[in-house]
Write a protein that binds this ligand. Structure first.
Ligand code: GMT
Length: 377
């Protein structure tokens, strides 16, 4: 197979879309392709040095005449430079807004026939539900892309509902790096957190945005804790954190809720966990569920967006309606008190991460799309 030169643009900070874009870049580099990240900072999971991975920083000059720094124009201009100077075969952008629109503009600026692949991750489409002023720009970014993918069937359908387009959208599920996300021996980590042998460990990992519905995570845990010795690990940080701290401050089980903040090696925390909760109001996929599943942690998630495509109800986790705190707690208690069933769910979770979400097959799929685009050059 011909080695390709692929440009990748994403939000490089913490977030599932940035994780997927970065992991994709790393795995493609390991297959010998040349990867050019065009982003505002080095993607946060790009820890290792690869001789065939390059980073092109988008710098925005904040001249006093500009009311807002022109990031999108700076990005398009940088993309145009890199397309020309590095002779890219194609460019893969994550998010229609602003990245797909910037890529289309870059193509115009440099006057080259470069193929654009856009992956939709959810937030730009769900924002549209509230902010119709961006509708035309999102539609334009989607329709001018050569290939559009979405991370779940649910997101694909939602896109068609909100955007009047006949553009073909292909679902390509998210994946995880299974050399990192796998059951590992976390040594005496449980002990270090003061978790006793007889206690079950429940974990929630997110950016603590309102849509992550933290109050339901707390309510569910408190119902579990009333019946069973257990600890809740809350991993992450964000706008809702203080509200959540307020919610638990008068609870008799306050000491069983551990706020761990942002953590780098979440796989170690998954490896001491028995169950994950993701009770979001919106979620196009829920990458964190898959990370946990690959480490052998079954999840309970809401019947929202792509979550039911990730969790197979009654096999590797449970699906509850949004706001279904009672059901979530009942399922959790049932599973956590039956060792045999829990082990079956753990095995099924690992198996799904290796089959339905097999990283090798998913990278193969993206590679085929890049090849289709490269022939346009
Ligand atoms: O969910 C977030 O707050 C971050 C956002 C992002 O841009 O990373 O996540 C979106 O993309 C992820 C990767 O595809 C998905 O796993 C998340 O479900 C999706 N978030 C939403 O749809 C709200």
């Amino acid at each position: 197979m011909k080695k390709l030169k692929i440009g990748i643009t994403c939000y490089p900070t913490v977030g599932g879309s940035g994780v997927i874009a970065t992991e994709l870049g790393k795995m493609l580099a390991e297959r010998g392709h040349e990867i050019h990240f065009i982003t505002s900072s080095v993607p946060f999971r790009l820890k290792k040095i690869y001789p065939n991975v390059f980073f092109h920083e988008v710098e925005v000059n904040n001249y006093s005449v500009f009311q807002y720094p022109p990031y999108d124009i700076a990005l398009a201009s940088k993309m145009a430079d890199v397309i020309k100077s590095e002779k890219l075969d194609c460019i893969h952008v994550h998010y229609a807004i602003p990245h797909a629109v910037c890529a289309v503009l870059a193509r115009e600026i440099c006057g080259e026939n470069i193929g654009i692949i856009t992956t939709l991750h959810g937030t730009d489409i769900s924002v549209l539900g509230q902010d119709s002023t961006l509708a035309h720009a999102i539609k334009y970014g989607i329709e001018k892309s050569d290939i559009v993918t979405a991370v779940s069937n649910s997101l694909k359908e939602q896109t068609y509902e909100l955007i009047d387009t006949t553009k073909e959208i292909e679902t390509i599920y998210n994946f995880v790096d299974d050399s990192v996300f796998r059951p590992i021996d976390a040594g005496n980590l449980k002990e270090q957190f003061g978790i006793k042998e007889n206690e079950r460990v429940i974990i929630h990992v997110s950016n603590f945005r309102k849509i992550k519905n933290l109050p339901d995570i707390i309510q569910t845990f408190l119902k579990i804790r009333e019946q069973m010795p257990s600890k809740l690990l809350l991993v992450g940080d964000g706008p809702e954190k203080h509200r959540v701290m307020d919610l638990v401050k008068n609870s008799p089980y306050k000491q069983d809720i551990l706020f761990l903040g942002k953590q780098e090696n979440v796989e170690e925390l998954f490896s001491i966990s028995d169950l994950m909760l993701l009770l979001s109001e919106k979620e196009s996929f829920g990458l964190v569920l898959l990370e946990g599943m690959a480490c052998g942690v079954p999840g309970i998630g809401t019947a929202v967006g792509g979550i039911p495509e990730v969790i197979e109800h009654g096999v590797n986790g449970y699906i509850v309606p949004l706001g279904g705190v009672e059901q979530a707690a009942d399922y959790a208690l049932e599973l956590l008190s039956d060792e045999e069933k829990l082990n079956d769910f753990r095995r099924a979770a690992i198996s799904a991460s290796q089959t339905k979400f097999n990283s090798k097959l998913i990278i193969d799929h993206y590679e085929q799309l890049y090849e289709r685009l490269a022939v346009l050059r």
